[in-house]
Design a protein around this ligand. Structure first.
Ligand code: FEO
Length: 402
Protein backbone atom coordinates (compact mmCIF):
# COMPACT_ATOMS: atom_id res chain seq x y z
CA UNK A 1 0.00 0.00 0.00
CA UNK A 2 1.25 3.50 -0.74
CA UNK A 3 1.32 6.44 1.68
CA UNK A 4 -2.00 7.90 2.79
CA UNK A 5 -3.22 10.80 4.91
CA UNK A 6 -4.25 10.30 8.52
CA UNK A 7 -4.77 14.05 8.88
CA UNK A 8 -3.59 16.87 6.65
CA UNK A 9 -0.07 16.75 8.15
CA UNK A 10 0.16 13.17 9.38
CA UNK A 11 0.77 10.42 6.86
CA UNK A 12 0.63 6.65 7.16
CA UNK A 13 3.73 5.27 5.41
CA UNK A 14 3.77 1.74 6.79
CA UNK A 15 3.66 -1.64 5.12
CA UNK A 16 0.95 -4.24 4.76
CA UNK A 17 1.96 -7.85 5.16
CA UNK A 18 -1.20 -9.85 4.36
CA UNK A 19 0.76 -13.08 3.84
CA UNK A 20 2.15 -13.33 7.36
CA UNK A 21 0.80 -16.36 9.22
CA UNK A 22 3.13 -16.59 12.23
CA UNK A 23 4.54 -13.64 14.15
CA UNK A 24 7.50 -13.93 16.53
CA UNK A 25 7.72 -17.67 15.84
CA UNK A 26 4.78 -18.58 18.08
CA UNK A 27 1.87 -16.24 17.38
CA UNK A 28 -0.64 -17.24 14.72
CA UNK A 29 -1.58 -14.35 12.42
CA UNK A 30 -4.35 -15.78 10.32
CA UNK A 31 -5.24 -12.38 8.90
CA UNK A 32 -1.72 -11.08 8.25
CA UNK A 33 -0.42 -7.91 9.85
CA UNK A 34 0.83 -4.44 9.07
CA UNK A 35 3.91 -2.50 10.21
CA UNK A 36 2.48 0.94 10.71
CA UNK A 37 4.69 4.00 10.55
CA UNK A 38 3.78 7.68 10.35
CA UNK A 39 5.30 10.91 9.10
CA UNK A 40 4.32 14.04 11.06
CA UNK A 41 5.01 17.38 9.40
CA UNK A 42 5.25 20.63 11.30
CA UNK A 43 5.92 24.07 9.87
CA UNK A 44 9.62 23.69 10.64
CA UNK A 45 10.42 20.07 11.33
CA UNK A 46 9.44 16.57 10.29
CA UNK A 47 9.21 13.46 12.44
CA UNK A 48 8.90 9.80 11.61
CA UNK A 49 7.06 7.77 14.26
CA UNK A 50 8.00 4.07 14.28
CA UNK A 51 9.82 2.40 11.40
CA UNK A 52 9.36 -1.03 9.87
CA UNK A 53 10.51 -4.62 9.59
CA UNK A 54 13.77 -4.85 7.65
CA UNK A 55 12.28 -7.22 5.06
CA UNK A 56 10.23 -4.41 3.55
CA UNK A 57 12.84 -1.66 3.46
CA UNK A 58 12.59 -0.79 -0.25
CA UNK A 59 8.81 -0.52 -0.30
CA UNK A 60 8.83 1.37 2.99
CA UNK A 61 11.36 3.88 1.70
CA UNK A 62 9.20 4.41 -1.36
CA UNK A 63 6.23 5.20 0.90
CA UNK A 64 8.27 7.72 2.90
CA UNK A 65 9.49 9.37 -0.29
CA UNK A 66 5.89 9.91 -1.39
CA UNK A 67 5.47 12.40 1.46
CA UNK A 68 8.96 13.63 2.35
CA UNK A 69 12.61 13.44 1.41
CA UNK A 70 14.17 11.15 4.06
CA UNK A 71 16.99 13.68 4.36
CA UNK A 72 14.41 16.17 5.67
CA UNK A 73 13.49 14.01 8.67
CA UNK A 74 14.55 15.65 11.94
CA UNK A 75 13.36 13.02 14.40
CA UNK A 76 12.86 9.28 14.27
CA UNK A 77 10.69 8.33 17.23
CA UNK A 78 10.60 4.70 18.30
CA UNK A 79 7.85 4.05 20.82
CA UNK A 80 9.28 0.53 21.18
CA UNK A 81 12.43 -1.12 19.85
CA UNK A 82 11.30 -4.63 18.91
CA UNK A 83 12.64 -5.33 15.40
CA UNK A 84 9.22 -5.08 13.75
CA UNK A 85 9.45 -1.40 14.76
CA UNK A 86 13.18 -0.84 14.46
CA UNK A 87 14.39 -3.32 11.82
CA UNK A 88 15.12 -0.80 9.07
CA UNK A 89 16.71 1.75 11.38
CA UNK A 90 20.32 1.03 10.42
CA UNK A 91 19.68 1.41 6.69
CA UNK A 92 17.24 4.27 7.07
CA UNK A 93 19.54 6.47 9.14
CA UNK A 94 22.09 6.41 6.31
CA UNK A 95 19.51 8.42 4.35
CA UNK A 96 18.50 10.71 7.22
CA UNK A 97 21.75 12.49 8.16
CA UNK A 98 20.19 15.03 10.51
CA UNK A 99 17.66 12.76 12.20
CA UNK A 100 17.88 12.39 15.96
CA UNK A 101 16.52 9.06 17.27
CA UNK A 102 14.20 9.48 20.25
CA UNK A 103 13.44 6.49 22.47
CA UNK A 104 12.73 5.81 26.15
CA UNK A 105 15.60 5.19 28.57
CA UNK A 106 15.13 1.41 28.33
CA UNK A 107 14.80 1.72 24.57
CA UNK A 108 18.13 3.52 24.34
CA UNK A 109 19.82 0.53 25.96
CA UNK A 110 18.03 -1.98 23.76
CA UNK A 111 18.80 -0.09 20.55
CA UNK A 112 22.53 -0.31 21.24
CA UNK A 113 22.32 -4.09 21.16
CA UNK A 114 19.75 -4.26 18.38
CA UNK A 115 21.71 -2.06 15.96
CA UNK A 116 25.28 -2.64 17.24
CA UNK A 117 25.99 0.84 15.94
CA UNK A 118 27.49 3.02 18.70
CA UNK A 119 27.45 6.12 16.49
CA UNK A 120 23.67 6.32 16.13
CA UNK A 121 22.41 9.71 17.42
CA UNK A 122 20.16 8.29 20.13
CA UNK A 123 18.51 10.62 22.67
CA UNK A 124 16.31 9.62 25.58
CA UNK A 125 12.72 10.89 25.44
CA UNK A 126 11.66 11.21 29.07
CA UNK A 127 8.07 10.96 30.24
CA UNK A 128 6.38 14.32 29.66
CA UNK A 129 9.10 15.74 27.41
CA UNK A 130 8.11 16.99 23.98
CA UNK A 131 9.51 18.20 20.69
CA UNK A 132 8.13 21.13 18.73
CA UNK A 133 7.84 20.62 14.99
CA UNK A 134 6.38 24.11 14.43
CA UNK A 135 2.65 24.17 15.07
CA UNK A 136 2.73 20.48 15.94
CA UNK A 137 3.96 19.11 19.24
CA UNK A 138 4.92 15.52 19.98
CA UNK A 139 4.82 14.64 23.66
CA UNK A 140 6.20 11.40 25.07
CA UNK A 141 4.25 9.38 27.60
CA UNK A 142 5.89 6.49 29.39
CA UNK A 143 3.93 3.24 28.97
CA UNK A 144 6.19 0.55 30.46
CA UNK A 145 5.39 -3.12 29.91
CA UNK A 146 2.98 -2.35 27.13
CA UNK A 147 4.45 -4.66 26.25
CA UNK A 148 8.20 -4.20 26.79
CA UNK A 149 9.89 -2.12 29.47
CA UNK A 150 10.83 0.39 26.75
CA UNK A 151 7.30 1.08 25.49
CA UNK A 152 5.94 4.60 25.34
CA UNK A 153 3.18 6.57 23.62
CA UNK A 154 3.63 9.72 21.55
CA UNK A 155 0.84 12.31 21.67
CA UNK A 156 0.17 15.10 19.21
CA UNK A 157 -2.32 17.43 20.97
CA UNK A 158 -2.88 19.75 18.02
CA UNK A 159 -4.10 16.84 15.90
CA UNK A 160 -5.60 14.88 18.83
CA UNK A 161 -3.68 11.89 17.54
CA UNK A 162 -2.08 9.30 19.81
CA UNK A 163 0.66 7.04 18.49
CA UNK A 164 -0.02 4.10 20.75
CA UNK A 165 2.72 1.65 19.79
CA UNK A 166 1.44 -1.95 20.08
CA UNK A 167 -1.43 -0.91 22.37
CA UNK A 168 -4.88 -1.32 20.75
CA UNK A 169 -3.18 -2.90 17.76
CA UNK A 170 -4.00 -6.09 15.95
CA UNK A 171 -2.40 -8.51 13.57
CA UNK A 172 -4.99 -7.81 10.92
CA UNK A 173 -4.50 -6.62 7.40
CA UNK A 174 -6.91 -5.02 4.98
CA UNK A 175 -5.90 -2.58 2.23
CA UNK A 176 -7.23 0.41 4.19
CA UNK A 177 -5.72 2.74 6.77
CA UNK A 178 -8.77 3.35 8.97
CA UNK A 179 -11.20 1.27 10.98
CA UNK A 180 -14.09 2.77 9.02
CA UNK A 181 -13.60 0.62 5.94
CA UNK A 182 -13.31 -2.82 7.47
CA UNK A 183 -14.69 -5.55 5.22
CA UNK A 184 -14.55 -8.39 7.77
CA UNK A 185 -15.24 -6.89 11.21
CA UNK A 186 -15.82 -10.25 12.92
CA UNK A 187 -12.39 -11.43 11.81
CA UNK A 188 -10.88 -8.15 12.99
CA UNK A 189 -12.44 -8.64 16.41
CA UNK A 190 -11.03 -12.15 16.58
CA UNK A 191 -7.57 -10.86 15.62
CA UNK A 192 -7.85 -7.99 18.12
CA UNK A 193 -8.61 -10.41 20.97
CA UNK A 194 -5.88 -12.85 19.96
CA UNK A 195 -3.38 -10.00 19.83
CA UNK A 196 -4.43 -8.73 23.25
CA UNK A 197 -4.16 -12.19 24.81
CA UNK A 198 -0.73 -12.89 23.38
CA UNK A 199 0.84 -9.45 23.81
CA UNK A 200 -0.89 -7.83 26.76
CA UNK A 201 -2.48 -10.74 28.65
CA UNK A 202 0.59 -10.98 30.94
CA UNK A 203 0.40 -7.29 31.89
CA UNK A 204 -3.17 -6.47 33.02
CA UNK A 205 -2.22 -3.88 35.65
CA UNK A 206 -0.03 -2.05 33.12
CA UNK A 207 -2.92 -2.11 30.63
CA UNK A 208 -5.10 -0.40 33.23
CA UNK A 209 -2.38 2.24 33.78
CA UNK A 210 -2.04 2.79 30.05
CA UNK A 211 -5.79 3.18 29.59
CA UNK A 212 -5.88 5.74 32.40
CA UNK A 213 -3.20 7.76 30.62
CA UNK A 214 -5.09 7.61 27.32
CA UNK A 215 -8.34 8.69 28.99
CA UNK A 216 -6.65 11.87 30.21
CA UNK A 217 -6.13 12.92 26.61
CA UNK A 218 -8.73 14.21 24.19
CA UNK A 219 -7.95 11.49 21.68
CA UNK A 220 -9.73 11.46 18.34
CA UNK A 221 -7.46 9.07 16.50
CA UNK A 222 -5.17 6.27 17.65
CA UNK A 223 -2.37 5.42 15.25
CA UNK A 224 -1.51 1.87 16.26
CA UNK A 225 1.62 0.06 15.18
CA UNK A 226 -0.32 -2.89 13.74
CA UNK A 227 -3.74 -3.11 12.14
CA UNK A 228 -6.18 -0.30 11.42
CA UNK A 229 -5.96 3.24 12.70
CA UNK A 230 -8.75 3.62 15.29
CA UNK A 231 -11.09 6.57 15.24
CA UNK A 232 -13.50 8.04 17.77
CA UNK A 233 -17.06 7.17 16.87
CA UNK A 234 -15.99 4.01 15.05
CA UNK A 235 -13.78 1.42 16.81
CA UNK A 236 -11.82 3.49 19.33
CA UNK A 237 -14.34 3.45 22.19
CA UNK A 238 -15.05 -0.23 21.61
CA UNK A 239 -11.34 -1.09 21.63
CA UNK A 240 -10.74 0.82 24.87
CA UNK A 241 -13.71 -0.89 26.50
CA UNK A 242 -12.49 -4.33 25.44
CA UNK A 243 -9.04 -3.66 26.92
CA UNK A 244 -10.65 -2.41 30.11
CA UNK A 245 -12.80 -5.52 30.48
CA UNK A 246 -9.99 -7.92 29.67
CA UNK A 247 -7.50 -6.34 32.03
CA UNK A 248 -9.72 -5.91 35.08
CA UNK A 249 -8.89 -8.22 37.96
CA UNK A 250 -11.20 -11.21 37.85
CA UNK A 251 -11.86 -14.21 40.05
CA UNK A 252 -13.15 -17.53 38.73
CA UNK A 253 -16.67 -18.24 40.03
CA UNK A 254 -15.67 -21.83 40.79
CA UNK A 255 -12.13 -23.07 41.41
CA UNK A 256 -10.77 -23.71 37.91
CA UNK A 257 -8.41 -26.71 37.99
CA UNK A 258 -8.01 -28.18 34.49
CA UNK A 259 -6.03 -31.35 33.87
CA UNK A 260 -4.05 -31.49 30.61
CA UNK A 261 -2.51 -34.70 29.36
CA UNK A 262 -1.41 -36.80 26.42
CA UNK A 263 -1.59 -40.57 26.53
CA UNK A 264 0.04 -43.08 24.19
CA UNK A 265 -1.76 -46.24 25.41
CA UNK A 266 -4.38 -44.90 27.81
CA UNK A 267 -2.25 -45.21 30.96
CA UNK A 268 -1.57 -41.53 31.54
CA UNK A 269 -5.26 -40.95 30.70
CA UNK A 270 -6.25 -43.30 33.56
CA UNK A 271 -4.04 -41.31 35.93
CA UNK A 272 -5.64 -38.07 34.72
CA UNK A 273 -9.12 -39.46 35.40
CA UNK A 274 -8.20 -40.64 38.89
CA UNK A 275 -6.51 -37.34 39.76
CA UNK A 276 -9.66 -35.60 38.51
CA UNK A 277 -11.79 -37.84 40.76
CA UNK A 278 -9.57 -37.01 43.74
CA UNK A 279 -9.74 -33.27 43.10
CA UNK A 280 -13.53 -33.37 42.77
CA UNK A 281 -13.89 -35.44 45.91
CA UNK A 282 -11.99 -32.76 47.81
CA UNK A 283 -13.54 -29.74 46.04
CA UNK A 284 -16.92 -30.89 44.64
CA UNK A 285 -17.75 -27.53 43.03
CA UNK A 286 -14.41 -27.26 41.22
CA UNK A 287 -14.45 -26.79 37.46
CA UNK A 288 -12.09 -29.71 36.92
CA UNK A 289 -12.12 -31.30 33.48
CA UNK A 290 -9.51 -33.55 31.93
CA UNK A 291 -8.36 -32.52 28.45
CA UNK A 292 -6.50 -34.78 26.06
CA UNK A 293 -4.33 -32.09 24.51
CA UNK A 294 -4.58 -33.62 21.05
CA UNK A 295 -8.39 -33.32 21.04
CA UNK A 296 -8.70 -29.58 21.65
CA UNK A 297 -7.70 -26.30 20.10
CA UNK A 298 -4.33 -25.29 21.51
CA UNK A 299 -5.35 -21.65 21.86
CA UNK A 300 -8.36 -22.65 23.94
CA UNK A 301 -6.21 -24.85 26.19
CA UNK A 302 -3.61 -22.13 26.63
CA UNK A 303 -6.30 -19.63 27.64
CA UNK A 304 -7.72 -22.13 30.10
CA UNK A 305 -4.32 -22.80 31.64
CA UNK A 306 -3.55 -19.11 32.02
CA UNK A 307 -6.94 -18.42 33.66
CA UNK A 308 -6.77 -21.41 36.00
CA UNK A 309 -6.38 -21.34 39.77
CA UNK A 310 -4.22 -24.46 39.58
CA UNK A 311 -3.68 -27.16 36.99
CA UNK A 312 -2.30 -30.65 36.46
CA UNK A 313 -0.30 -31.78 33.47
CA UNK A 314 0.60 -35.32 32.46
CA UNK A 315 2.69 -36.95 29.79
CA UNK A 316 4.00 -40.38 28.89
CA UNK A 317 7.73 -40.67 28.29
CA UNK A 318 8.71 -41.10 24.66
CA UNK A 319 12.29 -40.69 23.46
CA UNK A 320 13.36 -39.88 27.02
CA UNK A 321 11.12 -36.85 27.28
CA UNK A 322 7.58 -35.51 27.56
CA UNK A 323 5.75 -35.49 24.24
CA UNK A 324 5.62 -32.51 21.89
CA UNK A 325 1.96 -31.43 22.43
CA UNK A 326 2.62 -31.07 26.16
CA UNK A 327 5.70 -28.95 25.52
CA UNK A 328 3.71 -26.92 23.03
CA UNK A 329 1.09 -26.19 25.68
CA UNK A 330 3.70 -25.20 28.25
CA UNK A 331 5.48 -22.97 25.75
CA UNK A 332 2.47 -20.66 25.94
CA UNK A 333 2.32 -20.45 29.72
CA UNK A 334 2.08 -16.80 30.74
CA UNK A 335 5.38 -16.72 32.61
CA UNK A 336 4.48 -13.66 34.66
CA UNK A 337 1.04 -14.55 35.95
CA UNK A 338 1.83 -18.24 36.47
CA UNK A 339 4.42 -17.56 39.13
CA UNK A 340 3.45 -19.52 42.23
CA UNK A 341 0.50 -21.16 40.43
CA UNK A 342 0.05 -24.65 41.92
CA UNK A 343 0.64 -27.49 39.46
CA UNK A 344 0.66 -31.26 39.73
CA UNK A 345 2.75 -33.22 37.22
CA UNK A 346 2.11 -36.88 36.44
CA UNK A 347 2.65 -39.59 33.86
CA UNK A 348 3.03 -43.25 33.07
CA UNK A 349 6.27 -44.51 31.56
CA UNK A 350 7.91 -47.75 30.47
CA UNK A 351 11.69 -47.58 30.79
CA UNK A 352 13.30 -44.51 32.24
CA UNK A 353 10.47 -41.99 32.84
CA UNK A 354 12.09 -38.64 32.07
CA UNK A 355 8.83 -36.90 31.06
CA UNK A 356 7.70 -36.02 34.57
CA UNK A 357 11.04 -34.73 35.92
CA UNK A 358 11.60 -32.76 32.71
CA UNK A 359 8.20 -31.11 33.04
CA UNK A 360 8.86 -30.44 36.72
CA UNK A 361 12.15 -28.74 35.81
CA UNK A 362 10.42 -26.56 33.23
CA UNK A 363 7.65 -25.56 35.63
CA UNK A 364 10.11 -24.80 38.38
CA UNK A 365 11.94 -22.61 35.87
CA UNK A 366 8.66 -20.74 35.47
CA UNK A 367 8.53 -20.46 39.27
CA UNK A 368 5.26 -22.40 39.42
CA UNK A 369 4.44 -24.07 42.75
CA UNK A 370 5.05 -27.72 41.78
CA UNK A 371 3.14 -30.05 44.11
CA UNK A 372 5.00 -32.96 45.69
CA UNK A 373 7.38 -32.90 42.74
CA UNK A 374 5.87 -35.74 40.66
CA UNK A 375 3.49 -38.67 40.38
CA UNK A 376 4.72 -41.49 38.13
CA UNK A 377 3.72 -45.07 37.43
CA UNK A 378 5.38 -47.75 35.32
CA UNK A 379 3.43 -49.03 32.30
CA UNK A 380 -0.18 -49.93 33.20
CA UNK A 381 -1.18 -48.52 36.59
CA UNK A 382 -2.52 -51.25 38.89
CA UNK A 383 -5.66 -50.65 40.95
CA UNK A 384 -3.52 -49.73 43.95
CA UNK A 385 -1.66 -47.12 41.89
CA UNK A 386 -4.88 -45.69 40.53
CA UNK A 387 -6.06 -45.20 44.10
CA UNK A 388 -2.74 -43.50 44.89
CA UNK A 389 -3.34 -41.18 41.93
CA UNK A 390 -6.76 -40.36 43.33
CA UNK A 391 -5.28 -39.68 46.77
CA UNK A 392 -2.63 -37.51 45.14
CA UNK A 393 -5.35 -35.48 43.40
CA UNK A 394 -7.15 -35.15 46.71
CA UNK A 395 -4.04 -33.94 48.53
CA UNK A 396 -3.29 -31.54 45.68
CA UNK A 397 -6.80 -30.08 45.96
CA UNK A 398 -6.54 -29.89 49.75
CA UNK A 399 -3.26 -28.01 49.43
CA UNK A 400 -5.01 -25.29 47.44
CA UNK A 401 -7.03 -24.24 50.45
CA UNK A 402 -3.88 -23.56 52.48
FE1 FEO B 1 5.00 -4.55 17.36
FE2 FEO B 1 6.17 -5.48 20.28
O1 FEO B 1 6.28 -5.23 18.48
Amino acid sequence: MSASNVTKDIFAVGILNPAMRIFDVVMKTEYGTSYNSYVVKGAEKTALVETCHLTFFDQYLENIRQVTDPAAIDYIILNHCEPDHSGVLGRLTELCPKAKILVSQAGSLYLKNITNNPSLPISVAKDGEQVDLGGKTLRFISAPFLHWPDSMFTWCPEEKVLFSCDVLGSHYCEPYTFDTNMAYPAKYEEAFKGYYDAIFGPFPSYVQSGLAKIRQLDVQTVCTSHGPVLTRGCRLEWAMEQYDQWSKPHKNERPLIPIFYCSAYGNTRKLAQMIQAGILEQIPDADCQAYDINDYDMGMLQGLLNRSDAFAVGSPTINADAVAPVWNLLSHVDAINNRKRPVLVFGSYGWSGEAVPNLVARLKGLKSAVFEEEFRTIFVPAEEELQKAKECGKRFAASLAK
